[in-house]
Design a protein. Structure first.
Length: 96
């Protein structure tokens, strides 16, 4: 499909719940990470299956999120480090 046709197609994106992009939690001293994740399991303690959620986390909270990923409860879609309220997104992985 040509780029022109791709640009004409409407983009369908999930609604993101949880913290707002400019939530006060983003500017808290202990906040070090922002993640957007999809909830994969019905019995997940961090949301309902099918939801896409944004949340700001401390280092400890981020470790717990990674544990949830390891258990298959959620999938992290996007991660950024947070420094004094600024978001520093991870670089996308490159394939050769």
């Amino acid at each position: 499909m040509s780029i022109k046709k791709q640009l004409k197609q409407p983009r369908i994106s999930k609604e993101i719940t949880g913290h707002d992009i400019m939530d006060i939690a983003r500017f808290m001293e202990e906040t070090r990470h922002m993640v957007i994740y999809d909830v994969l399991e019905r019995e997940c303690p961090v949301g309902d299956k099918g939801e896409r959620i944004r949340i700001y986390l401390s280092d400890e909270g981020y470790e717990k999120a990674l544990e949830s990923v390891g258990r298959g409860e959620m999938k992290i879609i996007k991660h950024a480090k947070v420094r004094r309220g600024n978001l520093i997104y991870d670089a996308p992985e490159r394939t050769l």
